[in-house]
Write a protein that binds this ligand. Structure first.
Ligand code: ZN
Length: 337
């Protein structure tokens, strides 16, 4: 029987001088609420954590979470608290969080202490902040937890910005929202990117598809890959007839438009991302679009072409100048002899 583990973390950080790049944010509290398959709250978990890296509370953190180092002095260290937490979670569950930060920070802390990872690839979870936006807004806007709590008229009887309180509020929202049909829009945490082509993610959702690639040595290599460039209808898997070729105006996002003979216009967006080791990987999403959006992207494609041509002309001119420069130097040398 699958449980929902609604989790929230509080973390502390160092200063510019003391920051350890292996653990920029040190977890100091894990709070969680367990819901059964009907989204009823069945249990809660809370553990404070005694920090091992940053022993001073960051001034900004202190302001937000109102916690003192004194409060953590008798707490357990991360590996112990984490093991207890995992035991409490049980065997069959999915993590739920408000926003997309907590799982990344949790996994950074796990790796710092050499604990066994959750998986060797992207981790499926439910981002309740995103689901809240899909149900009550446009699916893109992100609201603060307190705003959502007020919107849903949930009684404010817990403290905000404490892991146990925030997890409790998030669980209340999930319970009250109760939209299993929207929970199919799960998210992926890419702390661990797919280890090879075979383990790449090809996920289908009711209104779009998502692809998460393995890592590439750089963007140019990624953009040559046939799977990265592929555009197939997310409903019927037909190859799309391209009307706007892959193009980019800012080198981070690429766009493409194609037509499925059965399902019409589709827009693909490709984002060039870096994982925590600094390796390049690709996240591609594909959804339906209307004629107006397709026309707009066609215009942008032309603009990108002009940009690219200008850039190439400048590069050619530079290369030519460079050659002339070398030639002149040689001539001077000859004269001197
Ligand atoms: Zn189709």
């Amino acid at each position: 029987m699958k449980n929902y583990i609604v989790m929230d973390l509080e973390w502390n950080q160092g200063s510019a001088l003391t920051e350890n790049p292996n653990i920029p944010f040190e977890v100091i509290e894990i709070g969680a609420v367990k819901l059964d398959e009907n989204r009823n709250i069945v249990d809660t978990f809370d553990s404070l954590i005694r920090p091992q890296v940053y022993k001073k509370m960051n001034a900004m953190t202190q302001k937000v979470i109102h916690m003192d180092m004194k409060d953590l002095q008798n707490a357990e260290i991360f590996p112990h608290a984490f093991r207890k937490f995992m035991k409490w979670c049980g065997d069959d569950f999915i993590f739920c969080t408000w926003g997309n930060l907590d799982l990344t920070e949790l996994q950074t802390n796990m790796r710092y202490y050499g604990l066994e990872p959750f998986s060797d690839g992207p981790l499926k979870y439910l981002d309740i902040q995103k689901l809240f936006s899909i149900v009550y807004s446009d699916g893109r806007t992100r609201r603060a937890l307190e705003t959502a709590v007020e919107f849903m008229q949930i009684e404010k009887k817990e403290t905000f910005h404490h892991a146990d309180g925030d997890a409790w509020y998030t669980a209340q929202i999930m319970n009250k929202m109760n939209r299993p049909d929207v929970e199919v829009y799960y998210s992926y945490d890419n702390f661990h990117t797919p280890k090879d082509a075979e383990h790449e993610v090809h996920a289908k959702f009711p209104t779009y598809s998502k692809y998460i690639s393995r890592v590439f040595s750089d963007k140019a290599e990624a953009m040559k890959d046939s799977e990265v460039r592929a555009t197939k209808c997310f409903i019927c898997d037909r190859e799309l007839r391209q009307t706007v070729q892959w193009f980019s105006l800012n080198s981070k996002n690429y766009f493409n438009v194609g037509i499925c003979e059965k399902h019409g216009l589709m827009r693909s967006k490709l984002r060039v991302k870096k994982n925590e080791k600094g390796n390049v990987y690709i996240v591609k999403t594909l959804r339906r679009c209307d004629q107006e959006e397709a026309d707009d992207l066609k215009k942008k494609e032309r603009k990108a072409k002009v940009q690219a041509e200008k850039y190439e002309a400048i590069e050619r001119a530079k290369a030519k100048r460079g050659r002339n420069h070398v030639r002149k130097k040689k001539v001077i040398k000859k004269v001197k002899k």
